[in-house]
Design a protein around this ligand. Structure first.
Ligand code: GLY
Length: 358
């Protein structure tokens, strides 16, 4: 039975659960009802493969299925209409991390992250150089990551004067640019129109447009963040996302940032996150969760605490976290939206989806 516990904040709810089998491992946990991804990871880990292999297979499945249109190719067009990928893989036994960010032309985000982790001394490779690296290491590409759906969404956005968008303190925000620093643009307008220009409608329009920023809502964010504990008790985490819809080209979200979208340490447990990455990456919430559990906090309190730290500074942020300790006990916490996460343990006949209400 699922118990919902209200904690710390009116819009912050935690759903605790536990692997109750006498054999607590393996365990697979994933953000959202990405059931096929969890099934894929479960098949791999129950066949005796490592937590790393299971996370890669689980996240790859989501990329192939284009889960929610926000994982893998074909979703979240940026301002130029292009889809780019962020992904991360972390080995909780060795603390090795591999990640790619804003990767273009290659659809296998999590496999590229694995190549970074296992075949370089680096942690993060970005942009076109990540694509070149991934292709040179054998991944398929260059490929067009757009889809008819992503292009249609982008065309509708262009027709809507590129609203909403992620620009701020620039003018004009109510068009597709080019954008100027608001002060510089006002000065430019004043200069070209003269002091008398204040009486001209163009000047007034330019200044008024400063107030037209439309915040981008939570519908534009999502991520698969997955944690696996394998039969040997080794823990791995991975994430994959195509980021935020209509992001500014080159934008990197929380997905490839270790400690933000995911974190793992065999000695303690793991964490996965989803939501507004631009805000969440400022708090490293998954690092916070794992370190709180290290100091003795239960997963449900650790998850709630990490979320409430963000909510105190950004009351309107939208995000969620799951926490998983090394014994297989899991919990979720969220703010600003209903969160669901999926779990498979050997005590379950099928993947179970836990709901955390705001
Ligand atoms: N959480 C996904 C992103 O903000 O990119």
């Amino acid at each position: 039975m699922r118990i919902f516990l209200l904690l710390l904040h009116a819009s912050l709810v935690v759903a605790p659960g536990a692997a109750l089998s006498s054999e607590p491992f393996p365990v697979v946990v994933s953000t959202w009802p990405f059931v096929e991804a969890v099934r894929a990871a479960w098949r791999v880990v129950t066949a005796g493969f490592s937590a790393i292999d299971a996370v890669v297979d689980g996240c790859s499945t989501c990329e192939e299925l284009r889960c929610d249109g926000t994982v893998g190719p074909g979703g979240s067009p940026d301002e130029n209409g292009e889809t780019t990928l962020d992904a991360l893989l972390m080995n909780g036994s060795t603390m090795e991390v591999g990640a790619v960010a804003a990767m273009r032309f290659v659809k296998d985000g999590i496999k590229a992250a694995k190549l970074v982790m296992e075949h370089t001394e680096h942690t993060l490779i970005v942009g076109e150089m990540a694509s070149i690296f991934a292709i040179s290491m054998g991944l398929h590409g260059p490929s067009n990551l757009s889809s008819p759906e992503s292009l249609e969404k982008w065309i509708r956005w262009k027709r809507n004067s590129c609203q909403p968008n992620f620009r701020k303190n620039v003018i004009p925000t109510n068009s597709c640019g080019p954008y100027y620093l608001s002060d510089a643009a006002s000065t430019l307008a004043k200069k070209s129109l003269g002091e008398l220009g204040k009486n001209f409608p163009e000047y007034n329009m330019l200044v008024a447009s400063k107030a037209n920023y439309i915040p981008v809502g939570h519908l534009y964010h999502d991520t698969i963040s997955m944690a696996v504990i394998d039969k040997a008790g080794r823990i791995a985490v991975g994430t994959s996302t195509n980021g935020a819809t209509f992001k500014i080209p080159g934008r990197v979200g929380d997905g490839p940032i270790a400690g933000s979208s995911a974190y793992a340490d065999d000695e303690v447990g793991a964490c996965g996150a989803t939501g507004d990455g631009d805000i969440m990456m400022r708090f490293l919430p998954c690092y916070q969760v794992v370190e709180s559990m290290r100091r003795g906090m239960e997963p449900k309190l650790a998850a709630a605490d990490a979320i409430s730290r963000i909510a105190r500074k950004y009351p309107n942020f939208v995000g969620a976290i799951f926490a998983l300790n090394k014994n297989g006990v899991h919990a979720g916490a969220c703010h600003g939206w209903t969160f669901q996460y999926s779990v498979r343990t050997s005590s379950m006949k099928e993947v179970e989806v836990f709901t955390v209400e705001p």
